[in-house]
Design a protein. Structure first.
Lengths: 313, 342
């Protein structure tokens, strides 16, 4: 029986059915109401700042609480760059790990390794921050940074003084935090690819590597893309771990070793002590920008998935 | 419908509920500055041991949050590193009393491997470092104050607080006092726009201390307690009387004692004039309503706060590496508190 016919028959007829319908529809409507309500609250809260700075808030580069001059551009830059580094590192490592776990690993390795990777997701954010501050930042300052600067110091990306804290360190910490998400979902997606495809590829004479890269991964690319977007969503909003290793400087710099600032870090750092109305509303406006960016990223990803698979993702 | 057993149980429950308020302790609430939190935590616990009918619940949500909750009358008292200004007092609606309850100093910690002697800095040099004009440790201005010390050619990494903080307020207040350029370019505040090109922000005193410890060439300001507990080297500063002083309980107390008539409108004790005064020190304040709504609670609040500013209460500060209020300040705090109608 096709979908419309089924729906015509399965109507809510009895009072119990109608009550059930109310609960189910109501529960779903609640989410829409929450999202819209959250958006409205953010707009209302940032009204003084919206009025004072207007759209120029997004492209101005100041953050001076004493003179009440606020601009979000350095924070947007920091958020985008750290998330981009994170997703670059995490997707590469995560997809390779997922392929290994799904296709190459013997069972006695695959199960414990999957468990360990998922355990990474259970580590609290602040523990990552502490580890980043006391282990990773000195490592970047003494080892990773100088090596990268030696090899790639001619590009502006790896020039400049190396403090240990900065965009690169924050990006690495974020990558560690989103690798479990990307790996676990990618592994499930790859495992769900029908065995026929793999067997057909092998029957035609491909090696395991060729099967993995030319048959399995392309077939799974929609799901893997979804996994990466989920990881990106987490990276965009991550606060405590990032604020401990990013250096907290509201400035745009080409170098990846330079300290920077993210939208979430500013709010976490300054909200409790912000006393003037414009200051508080500027912080809320940063929250609004983060909210909008997250929704746009997820919506774009969703649209791309729909365009490949047809509707009903 | 309700049998005798049910009625009996109901009566028992109602009697128990009605008897509860008489047996439970009164809980006073306060919120605000995180600087005070360790001190309040210990002091209020000690007070409740001695006076079991009163407990104090203090939430360390930051000075701004404390003032907001106090204004909304959600808490009995607020704690803030910077006294409420005219605008905030007006928003409170009712007359407010502000008393100093804690005293702290910001030590200038640094990390310079290979240099065993304690670095000495003049106030102007420190300001220039934070303005970004001095970028290396072997700069002639620093060398001039440190004869005989071999200073390395390391870049100075300037560390500051990324979160809004009373310690930042005290430090920027000090820099504004000693440098006209700082005052006009940056100003005073709990969060400012730090001009040094090598400035790095860290969250909380613990963040700044951690950042300094793990970055060679770093310099930053942290509460005295952190420097003492973590055995970090700290700069010897030249105060306004020309003497070289290290940050310690004695020097911070001397700075406070120079201004016995500290008040909410005249509360800055940075760059104090005395010979033994440490230049970067400041008070932390508690705010209460002059006429609290509930007179029973007002009486208890008065008792707790007057104990807190007395020598007995301030003893708890010493063991946590805070600086106890000098006698003169204790007396003036108590006389302000006596204005409370209880």
């Amino acid at each position: 029986m096709d979908e419309p016919a089924f729906r015509r028959i399965a109507r809510f007829v009895s009072p119990v059915d109608r009550g059930f319908a109310a609960v189910v529809y109501g529960g779903s409507a609640l989410f829409a109401v929450l999202i819209v309500g959250l958006f409205i609250e953010l707009v209302l809260g940032s009204w003084p700042s919206l009025r004072a700075f207007g759209p120029s808030f997004i492209w101005k580069s100041a953050w001076d609480p004493v003179a009440s001059k606020f601009g979000a551009l350095p924070m947007i830059y920091g958020t985008v760059v750290t998330s981009f580094i994170a997703i670059l590192l995490a997707s590469f490592v995560g997809i390779m790990a997922a392929v290994f776990l799904a296709d190459f690993a013997p069972r006695w390795i695959a199960a414990p390794l999957s468990f360990l990777i998922e355990l990474l997701a259970a580590v609290p954010s602040v523990v990552y921050g502490l580890w980043g501050l006391f282990v990773l930042a000195p490592l970047v300052r003494t080892t990773i940074g100088p090596v990268l600067q030696h090899l790639l110091g001619w590009t502006p990306l790896f020039a400049g003084p190396i403090y240990g804290v900065g965009l690169l360190t924050a990006g690495i910490i974020l990558a560690l935090m989103i690798v479990p998400t990307v790996t676990a979902i990618s592994r499930d997606v790859i495992a769900a690819i029908p065995r026929d495809l793999r067997e057909a590829s092998m029957a035609l004479g491909s090696t395991k590597w060729e099967t993995a890269t030319r048959v399995v991964l392309p077939a799974a690319r929609v799901g893997i893309f979804g996994a990466c977007v989920l990881g990106l969503g987490r990276a965009l909003g991550e606060t405590i771990a990032v604020t401990m290793v990013i250096g907290n400087r509201p400035e745009i710099s080409a170098s990846l070793f330079a300290p920077s600032y993210t939208l979430a870090s500013v709010i976490a750092n300054e909200f409790t002590e912000a006393t003037s109305a414009v200051y508080i509303s500027a912080l809320i406006e940063l929250g609004l920008i983060l909210f909008v960016v997250s929704i746009v990223v997820n919506a774009v990803a969703r649209l791309m998935i729909w365009s490949v698979r047809g509707s009903r993702a | 419908m309700f049998g005798s057993l049910t009625r009996g149980c109901a009566a028992l429950v109602i009697a128990a509920v009605m008897a509860l308020p008489a047996a439970a302790a009164t809980q006073l609430t306060g919120a605000g500055s995180s600087f005070d939190y360790p001190f309040f935590s210990k002091a209020f616990y000690v007070y409740s041991q001695k006076n079991p009918d009163v407990t104090v619940n203090y939430q360390s949500i930051g000075s701004g949050g404390g003032i907001a909750q106090f204004t909304a009358k959600n808490v009995d008292f607020g704690a803030t590193d910077v006294p409420m200004n005219a605008q905030e007092l007006q928003r409170a609606g009712q007359p407010v009393l502000q008393i100093p309850v804690a005293l702290g100093g910001a030590a200038i910690a640094y990390n310079l491997p290979g240099v065993n002697a304690t670095i000495k800095l003049t106030r102007q040099t420190l300001a220039d470092i934070y303005l970004g004009k001095i970028t290396k440790w072997n700069d002639p201005q620093i060398a001039r104050a440190n004869h005989g010390v071999k200073l390395p050619d390391t870049a100075i990494v300037v560390v500051h607080r990324s979160d809004g903080s009373g310690t930042s307020y005290i430090f920027t207040d000090f820099l504004s006092h000693v440098s006209g350029e700082w005052k006009s370019r940056v100003g005073v505040g709990k969060s400012v726009s730090w001009p040094a090109p090598s400035a790095v922000g860290a969250k909380g005193n613990e963040g700044v201390a951690g950042q300094i410890r793990s970055t060679p060439g770093a310099i930053g300001y942290v509460e005295l307690a952190y420097v003492v507990e973590n055995h970090m080297p700290a700069v010897t500063l030249q105060n306004s009387a020309g003497k070289w002083v290290a940050c310690s309980e004695a020097t911070v107390a001397a700075a406070a004692a120079d201004k016995p008539h500290v008040s909410p409108t005249d509360f800055s004790i940075v760059d104090a004039p005395g010979a033994n005064s440490y230049p970067v020190a400041g008070f932390s304040w508690v705010v209460v309503y002059k006429k609290p709504a509930d007179s029973g609670r007002a009486r208890m609040l008065y008792d707790v706060l007057s104990w807190l500013v007395s020598s007995a209460g301030q003893e708890n500060a010493k063991s946590l590496d805070y600086v106890p209020l000098p006698r003169s300040i204790q007396a003036s705090a108590l006389s302000t508190l006596k204005q409370m109608q209880h």
